[in-house]
Design a protein around this ligand. Structure first.
Ligand code: G1P
Length: 286
């Protein structure tokens, strides 16, 4: 990751309708993948790539997310008094991960407006965006892979090939391949119908963005689903030859869907000997 990319924006203001009724009371980003909330995987990925500051773009009803990364003096005192030093270290470890600030989303009208809401918190420098629903397990943090491959003043998106019947669920990119195996993107369309899709290369929720994306977003009209789409703003940069598509190395899960969430849980459970044995039916859950 270039040292100029210090801030990561995590949009977390969505209603989480796919997870109703749980999301009436619990932000979907706090649903656990094993024993850690889904959002923590994205934060840990960003920190591992050198990010120093997280901006959560939030809304009312999502206060629990800021609480999760904040200190809880009462709980810490309780654990201290009880001599539960391991648990104390664990809760302090989460607070100490990284600086987390929150901003409120202006209007719930798409990813573009969510990113635009972070403008004053980000300032005039390149930044990363991570969508926590896209959980990526990789040796080198996926956002770091993008950062390392993004020339100054350019944007980058993570790309993955999807079956043609799925293109209408993603932003789709087309362009030409560079000698390094990246795509110099020239066209981007948010959720096209299969017949209109120019490729099967879909955007996964990892972006490196230059600061002038904010000016473009301010002028971007509502697009797909009557929302301001980040893909439409990026298409302007693509027209200037300033968007790289990076086919990242790693395993991506759509943790925002029940099958993807279950798959992610099973994937990480297989790494833990006690859970792997349980899954293999060799151990009594006790
Ligand atoms: C968003 C983006 C889309 C991208 C997707 C990746 O869509 O708008 O371009 O492909 O994330 O997960 P959403 O899934 O939020 O509708």
């Amino acid at each position: 990751m270039p040292s100029t990319v210090r801030t990561a924006v995590l949009p977390v203001a969505g209603f989480g309708t796919r997870w109703l009724p749980i999301t009436k009371a619990v932000p979907k980003e706090l649903l656990p993948i094993l024993d850690r909330p889904c959002i923590e995987y994205a934060v840990v990925e960003a920190v591992a790539a050198g990010i120093e500051r997280i901006v959560l773009v939030t809304t009312h009803g999502k206060e629990a997310l800021a609480d999760y990364f904040d200190t809880n003096p009462e709980l810490e005192r309780h654990l201290e008094e009880q001599g539960k030093t391991d648990l104390l270290a664990m809760v302090r470890g989460i607070t100490g991960l990284v600086d987390v600030v929150t901003v409120r989303q202006r209007e719930a009208r798409g990813l573009g407006l969510a990113v635009l809401s972070a403008q004053s918190a980000v300032g005039d420098e390149p930044f990363a965006v991570l969508l926590a629903d896209d959980l990526i397990d990789s040796e080198v943090p996926a956002i770091g892979q993008l950062g390392a491959a993004t020339p100054p003043d350019m944007a980058a998106v993570a790309l993955m090939e999807v079956p043609i019947e799925r293109v209408s669920q993603y932003g789709i990119c087309s362009g030409r391949w560079t000698a390094e195996g990246h795509m110099l993107v020239d066209q981007m369309t948010e959720k096209p119908e299969p017949a209109q899709a120019r490729s099967r290369h879909a955007i996964v929720g990892r972006y490196i963005l230059p600061p002038d994306i904010f000016t473009i977003l301010e002028r971007t009209p509502r697009g797909r689903n009557d929302e301001v789409q980040l893909t439409d703003a990026l298409a302007v940069l693509a027209g200037q030859g300033r968007v790289m598509g990076i086919c990242f190395e790693g395993h991506r899960f759509d943790a925002g869907s029940l099958p993807g969430w279950l798959e992610a849980n099973l994937h990480f459970a297989r790494r833990r000997p006690e859970l792997a044995a349980l899954l293999a039916g060799q151990e009594d859950p006790g």
